[in-house]
Design a protein around this ligand. Structure first.
Ligand code: PEP
Ligand code: MG
Length: 569
């Protein structure tokens, strides 16, 4: 805990709205693996070392069981599975055998767990997924043996502000939103896993928060996910802000009809990455799916999933939206989504490499087979299936993708606009396809030449950057110029920008027809859109376009939307 009581401010990038005060808990350092086959500690007997190992295993199992008893839902299931694994006799037996032959307890459990995890991985499917539990248990046992905090989200009785360098997907499986008040990371950007999970759970979050490495367990901090600020030892000003946030008006649930105050319709769709996601999106009244990330069917696989497997996966999503639009994005492998059988991991700059649609050049066939599976799944359901390719850069690519869709019998081909060249040539692209969907995560990365995964560049990697907004307008103008039947070719947004209610107003003002987002953002975006008419949205878009920086653009627009404060957004 810090010794001074003076407030100290730290600046970062606010990626999920909310203002709270709480004590800091630091994410423990990842464990360094023990040396391979390390011998028994000096003077220790094999019996004593075995007893130490058994005691550590029992302590870990008991702790996990206890936490499982107090958890609910997914968290309880994960904790129970891990507790069972910790109590598993086979694992302990093989580790004890290694100790008996003169290996230290740490190295023995490390090696024994490795062997179990390798066997599970080889079995594939559900069993392969259990390999992660074994490795988690192993880390907990080694931490217990070393007397250091277990890796993963800290366990605490009181709600706390979680500080970490950045969070990995596995860390967030047991993140309990009733315990964690806010997230602060020294690294990570607006599209980092931390940011995505924070928005999904509705937790205030600040990423790329420079200097926050100095925060210690127990420090009291104010976290402002709206303005991207952290204050250690908060004063009355921060207390008032946190109180105003705590007393915010409750957002009404989304009623399934996105529109502006004057009745202009703005369909609000959901981004979906699995069958379960689709069920949840439909339950949240999403008006369809604006981005189906099909990677869920491919990630973690060494080979291409076959036709039947793909059809079943897509069908599970389509069935949730009879009569509704489902926009399927074809496989987006490469860069932040590497796939062993498609991407070359020796590329010097993967974000500028063979990724997205471009993988069809290096490995032809995967895309056509995927389109055939999408067509068969579409045929079997009543969803209105549209198909789009990621990372399209030229009109020729758009034309070829449309031809591949036609060959597969898919009627509504489109492109994602993620590369500045596609935005600039939007009229030509949209003469060749039926719609465009702007992926603002990548469009921002490529417009600003700032890696979306780099926390140090988080300020540049902000969709409020006026240069990005200009390209969005250019794309919408391109859609208006390329007329389809019955009206202009629609341009939607499916990047994280659509989930920011203030930015959503700007996007509509720029000419965006539909917005697709994480289902949890639907109520906030719907509520704020209903406070403006089309003329106001256009005026706010012009304000943002005229700003000199992302910060200025955001501040100018937010100042004109008082309901953001009312709802604590
Ligand atoms: C985007 O780039 O905005 C997008 C929606 O795609 P992804 O984040 O999956 O790259
Ligand atoms: Mg993208």
């Amino acid at each position: 805990m810090s010794t001074t009581t003076e407030p100290t401010a730290f600046a970062g990038v606010g990626v999920s709205a909310g203002r709270v005060i709480g004590p800091v808990r630091r994410m423990p350092e990842p464990l360094a693996p023990p040396a391979d086959g390390a011998p028994l500690p000096d003077g220790a007997s094999a019996e004593a070392e075995s007893e130490r190992l058994t005691a550590a295993t029992q302590a870990v199992a008991a702790n996990l069981k206890e936490r499982a008893a107090h958890a609910t839902g997914d968290a309880a299931a994960v904790l129970k599975a891990t507790a069972l694994m910790a109590a598993d006799r086979t694992l302990l037996k093989s580790a004890t055998r290694l100790v008996a032959s003169g290996t230290s307890a740490e190295s023995a459990i490390w090696e024994a767990a490795d062997a179990v995890a390798t066997q599970l991985t080889a079995l594939g499917g559900y069993m392969a997924e259990r390999a992660t539990d074994v490795l988690d248990v192993r880390a907990r046992i080694v931490a217990e043996l070393r007397g250091v905090p277990a890796p993963g989200i800290p366990d605490a009785d009181e709600p706390f502000v979680l500080w970490a360098v950045d969070l990995a997907p596995a860390d967030t499986a047991t993140l309990d939103p009733t315990k964690v008040r806010a997230l602060v990371t020294s690294d990570g950007g607006p599209q980092s896993h931390t940011a995505i999970i924070a928005r999904a759970l509705g937790l205030p979050a600040v990423v790329a928060a420079t200097g926050t490495e100095a925060l210690a367990d127990g420090d009291l901090v104010f976290v402002d996910g709206i303005d991207g600020a952290i204050v250690r030892n908060p004063g009355s000003a921060e207390e008032q802000l946190a109180e105003a946030y705590a007393n915010r008006a409750e957002l009404p649930a989304f009623d399934g009809a996105g529109r502006l105050a004057d009745g202009t319709e703005v369909p609000l769709l959901s981004n979906v990455g699995s069958g379960e996601d689709a069920v949840a999106a439909a339950a949240a009244n999403a008006q369809g799916v604006g981005l189906l990330r099909t990677e869920f069917c491919f990630l973690g696989k060494d080979t291409e999933p076959d036709h039947e497997e793909q059809v079943a996966a897509y069908r599970a999503v389509f069935e949730q939206f009879p009569g509704r639009k489902v926009v399927v994005r074809t496989l987006d492998a490469g860069a932040d989504k590497p796939l062993p059988f498609l991407t070359d991991d020796s590329e010097p700059n993967p974000a500028l490499g063979v990724r997205g649609y471009r993988t069809d050049l290096a490995t032809p066939g995967v895309l056509s087979r995927q389109l055939a599976a999408i067509a068969d799944a579409a045929e079997a359901t009543a969803a209105d299936v549209w198909t789009m390719a990621p990372m399209i850069s030229t009109p020729a690519e758009a034309e070829r993708f449309a031809a591949l869709c036609a060959e597969a019998g898919l009627k509504t081909p489109g492109v994602m606009v993620e590369v500045p060249s596609a935005a600039v040539l939007a009229p030509q692209l949209l003469q060749r396809v039926e719609f465009a969907s702007i992926g603002t995560n990548d469009l921002t990365q490529y417009t600003m030449a700032a890696d979306r995964q780099l926390g140090a560049l988080a300020e540049l990697n902000d969709p409020w950057q006026p240069a990005v907004l200009h390209l969005i307008r250019t794309t919408c103008d391109g859609g208006a110029a390329a007329s389809g039947r019955p009206a202009p070719k629609p341009v939607g947004v499916c990047g994280e920008a659509a989930a920011d209610p203030a930015l959503a107003v700007v996007l509509v003002g720029l000419g965006v027809a539909t917005l697709s987002m994480n289902r949890r953002a639907l109520p906030a975006v719907a509520a704020i859109l209903r406070t403006v008419d089309a003329a106001t949205a256009r005026r706010l878009a012009d304000l943002a376009l005229a700003a000199g920086s992302a910060t200025e653009a955001k501040a100018a627009v937010r100042a004109e939307l008082p309901d953001l404060d009312r709802f604590g957004l």
